[in-house]
Design a protein around this ligand. Structure first.
Ligand SMILES: [Zn+2]
Ligand SMILES: [Zn+2]
Length: 361
């Protein structure tokens, strides 16, 4: 009896040792939660070997985990499958193959598809699908409508990838928009930022997204301010698939592409408020105060003074604290600091205005 017990115990110990680590080396991306919402890092447009990508679906999940993403959509082309001879057409298979791994790693996995037509009218991602097969239709509007009937969220991808002229807004886009079959646009795809899409989203109330559209293996080890995946920050009330969908429908996003954060002014303002922290002065003289200024986010913030006080121009490096000495006529009074964050784009070519007041002693 005792020998059986000892044997069972050693099997149990061995099993626990063997199953301790499912995955490691996740490089977290530091963007703070904003007032009232959690911030999720999302890539909503990626490819696998099931269309023209070069990796197996589970690899996309492992990569997403490694670079610190929370949400991943697999969105293989419906109409374009160059590996068809080796990987047969099965539109739902990438999601099914990857789901187990995504659950293990705590990644929210979304079933999506890229409807791929000539440009114009271009490519459209439909995500949060239950079944991709009903979207296999010749007529573009019917294909997108079949996605919407399942509760899908639709965005127009990389509108200007073949140039502004071929990426212009046509009647077909108005039809989709008026029938409520178009909900968002990529304002960034890979390293490209599309100011025109940014403007259309502001004018038409479309949700801004930005994604990698990755096809090859992701060779990044982690995201840095200088080099990172293009991603959508989604501000959710609940960290779940439903939570992400609700936030996308409400337009609560910002897009990190290269050195830029692109978005609607209200969400950029909320993100700036959460990212920049200014301590009360730790030292004062009659005409100066010394303050700590903390950048709590993963991107460098480029500040330009628009008011009277503080340094004229400064770059706050990602995840660092700087100390400013601010000269004023009378340091016993509150000190207004007014700045533009020039790499937070509230509209094409327009930075985001922010202001803080250093309290009187
Ligand atoms: Zn495309
Ligand atoms: Zn694509």
């Amino acid at each position: 009896m005792n020998r059986v017990k000892t044997w069972l115990l050693s099997v149990f110990v061995l099993l626990s040792i063997a199953t301790l680590v499912v995955a490691q080396e996740r490089n977290e991306i530091a963007f703070p939660d904003i007032e009232g919402y959690s911030t999720l890092k999302c890539d909503l447009h990626t490819h696998t070997v099931f269309s023209d990508g070069n990796v197996w679906p589970t690899v996309r999940v492992d990569e997403a985990y490694r670079v610190g993403l929370d949400v991943l959509a697999l969105s293989d082309h419906i109409e374009y499958q160059p590996h068809k001879a080796d990987v047969p057409t099965n539109h739902n298979r990438p999601f099914e193959v990857a789901l187990g791994r995504a659950r293990e790693l705590g990644i929210i996995l979304i079933r999506g598809a890229e409807i791929t037509r000539d440009t114009p009218p271009g490519h459209f991602n439909v995500i949060f699908l239950k079944d991709i097969n009903p979207l296999v239709k010749d007529d573009l509007v019917e294909a997108i409508a079949a996605g919407c009937e399942q509760g899908g969220f639709v965005f127009w991808n990389h509108h200007a990838w073949k140039g502004e002229e071929l990426g212009r807004w046509l009647d077909i886009h108005s039809t989709l928009y008026e029938k409520k079959l178009l909900h968002g646009m990529e304002v960034a795809n890979g390293d490209d930022y599309y100011p025109t899409a940014h403007r259309w989203c502001l004018e038409k109330g479309l949700t801004m997204v930005g994604n990698s559209d990755i096809h090859g293996p992701d060779l990044l080890q982690k995201n840095t301010s200088a080099e990172h995946r293009t991603m959508t920050l989604v501000f959710v009330t609940e960290k779940s698939e439903q939570g992400v969908l609700e936030a996308l429908r409400a337009g609560r996003t910002a897009v990190w592409c290269g050195p830029l954060m692109i978005g609607k002014p209200e969400w950029l303002t909320a993100l700036a408020e959460a990212s920049l922290e200014i301590d009360p002065p730790h030292m004062r003289s009659k005409t100066s105060v010394w303050v700590k200024v903390r950048n709590k986010c993963a991107m460098d913030l480029v500040l330009k003074r628009t008011g009277q006080f503080g340094p004229a121009e400064v770059t706050l490096k990602a995840n660092t604290t700087a100390i400013f000495r601010i000269n004023v006529p009378d340091a016993s009074q509150p000190i207004p600091l007014e700045y533009e964050i020039t790499n937070f784009l509230a509209a094409p070519g327009e930075g985001l205005d922010v202001s803080y007041t250093i309290p009187a002693p």
